[in-house]
Ligand binder design. Structure first.
Ligand code: NOJ
Length: 538
């Protein structure tokens, strides 16, 4: 495998809106990111991925762009952006942007033009039909909205304010490529490419035996035949001309398909986010032996990539609940389970991503009142399900578990006012546990989750084996132990994470030197609840 900077890096994802507010309007901003660069540097991360900061009416918190070349007013100015980028680069760090190419906001001037009349030159930049297909939108409700002025429907896979661009139109593609090059020329170092496998659509009806108003149409809108041609052109016209890193958000891809997406020969991106393991997300790992399932899936991805491709490694992002509350145990083994999960994914082959707050073990937020939720997906889910007669209590139970707002509460810097996130009124309530769960408290505690992350980053960077070594699952008798061996030249490193709250029999079968552990005292022949260890094997 070729050696490259982004393979040796650790990426930190910033949900800018919730990271740090410096203007006092309760919304995180670019100057807030700049202010916290020393913190990020001390953590040891190399690349920052910034969630959308483009001009946007924020129906979906920036994933509805109304101008790709302007900064969202709440987050600052282009001057702030340039300053932030210079500060990032002066620290030897890199910046990747979130690129939303599947849709724009309905407030984008292109859409204003497109909807102004049927013969407007930009009419065909979006997808208009006299008769809609029977698809349901990914965020609930119909995927088409009627425009009374021109008597046609437009397509939106997400909310009706996120209008799908017509990728079949070469002018649209050219305009997007120019915009991408504009940002690269400005100095950004890469992109996380949003919702990339929806670019191609098969605009035909889904079977609808029950005669519903609209039906889920995943396979008509995801990875449709012909999408690779779009992706190839996108790569060749933009990313391939520069030394930038790309990671595509690619739903529903399975390990055996990874070559055309990310192989070094024919991949369209350097990495993708595969969501397969996370499809088990909302379940308790304890139930249904999910550790076994996750092990099977992640191992399949590791094996399939070996020698041909490189991939991303991640536990959390802004679309998922917090792992310490789902896969871990945030009540009884908060510190142990957060660190064991971290150890489990961090040392596999690939580039690790850390989502803001994950490094201090931030937890799901217990909002009881639907009015406290801000996420449009959550709000739509509640609205449509209530319309279908699902009881309020049942919905609240589900929302508390799965809402994306679980991961979007403000970053917890210290135990003072609003956790140090803002001096104003935060756009979303804080998780009240900031009084004890915060960066400041963990910075001075050598046994904290934050300290563990720092140690993991140092360790990963100090051993080539942990970067470029092969990965092989290690057999254990205990189904809840995830163990694997990295091997490179003459070095072998064993990573063992026990992902359950019981004790289990386990012993090191070879001689090894302990490199990292999340407990300070060990038991003979036993792993304690959520115990994790890393050994250099002799
Ligand atoms: C994936 C993003 O991560 C998510 O936050 C967003 O809502 C959808 N794509 C639509 O852009």
């Amino acid at each position: 495998m070729k050696k490259t900077w982004w393979k040796e890096a650790v990426v930190y994802q910033i949900y800018t809106r919730s990271f740090k507010d410096t203007s006092g309007d309760g919304i995180g901003d670019l100057n807030g990111v700049t202010e916290k660069l020393n913190y990020l540097q001390s953590l040891g991360v190399d690349i920052l991925w910034l969630c959308p900061m483009y001009k946007s009416p924020n129906v979906d918190n920036g994933y509805d762009v109304s101008d790709y070349r302007e900064i969202m007013a709440e987050m600052g100015t282009m001057q702030d952006f340039d300053n932030m980028l210079a500060e990032i680069h002066s620290r030897g760090m890199k910046l990747i942007l979130d690129l939303v190419l599947n849709h724009t906001s309905d407030q984008h001037p292109w859409f204003h033009e497109s909807k102004s009349s049927k013969d407007n030159p930009k009419r065909d930049w979006y997808i208009w039909r006299d008769k809609p297909t029977n698809w349901e939108s990914i965020f609930g409700g119909p995927a088409w909205t009627f425009d009374p002025k021109t008597n046609q429907y437009y397509l939106h896979l997400y909310t009706k304010n996120q209008v799908d661009l017509n990728w079949e139109n070469p002018e649209v593609r050219r305009e997007l490529y120019d915009m991408i090059i504009w940002w690269i020329e400005k100095g950004v170092d890469g992109f996380r490419v949003d919702a990339i496998n929806h670019l191609k659509k098969d605009l035909t009806d889904m079977p609808n035996p029950e005669g519903k108003n609209y039906v889920p149409a995943w396979r008509k809108m995801t990875n449709v035949e012909g999408i690779q041609d779009f992706l190839k052109e996108l790569r060749d016209e933009t990313f391939a001309k520069y030394d930038v890193v790309t990671v595509g958000e690619a739903n529903s891809i399975r390990a055996h398909e990874l070559a055309e997406w990310i192989s070094e020969d024919e991949g369209k991106f350097n990495m993708i986010f595969s969501l397969e393991a996370h499809e088990n997300w909302n379940q308790d790992l304890d139930a249904d032996h999910n550790v076994m399932t996750i092990k099977k899936i992640l191992d399949r991805w590791q094996r399939s990539a070996q020698g041909i491709a490189w991939n991303s490694l991640y536990l959390e992002n802004h679309d998922r609940p917090r792992t310490v509350s789902t896969w871990g145990d945030d009540r009884n083994y908060w510190r142990e389970s957060a660190t064991a999960l971290a150890c489990m994914y961090f040392f596999m082959q690939g580039t690790p991503f850390i989502y803001q707050g994950q490094e201090i073990g931030m937890t799901n937020v217990p909002f009881d009142d639907i009015k406290k939720y801000r996420d449009i997906e959550t709000k739509n889910f509640y609205r449509y399900k209530r319309m279908q007669g699902v009881p309020h209590e049942e919905l609240m139970e589900a929302i508390k578990k799965v809402s994306r707002d679980n991961a979007r509460t403000p970053m917890q810097w210290h135990d003072g006012t609003n956790a140090g996130f803002t001096v104003g009124k935060p756009w979303i309530d804080l998780n009240p546990n900031y009084n004890w769960l915060n960066v400041e408290a963990q910075t001075v505690d050598d046994r904290s989750i934050l300290s563990f992350y720092k140690k993991m980053i140092v360790l990963r960077k100090s051993r080539e084996c942990l970067l470029y070594g092969s990965t092989k699952l290690a057999e254990t008798d205990c189904p809840d132990v995830y163990a694997y061996i990295r091997e490179y030249e003459n070095t072998r490193i064993l990573v063992v994470s026990h992902l359950d709250s019981d004790g289990c029999h386990w012993s090191l079968r070879e001689k090894g030197q302990l490199l990292l552990a999340n407990y300070t005292e060990f038991m003979e022949q036993k792993l304690q609840p959520y115990e994790a260890r890393v050994y250099l094997l002799e």
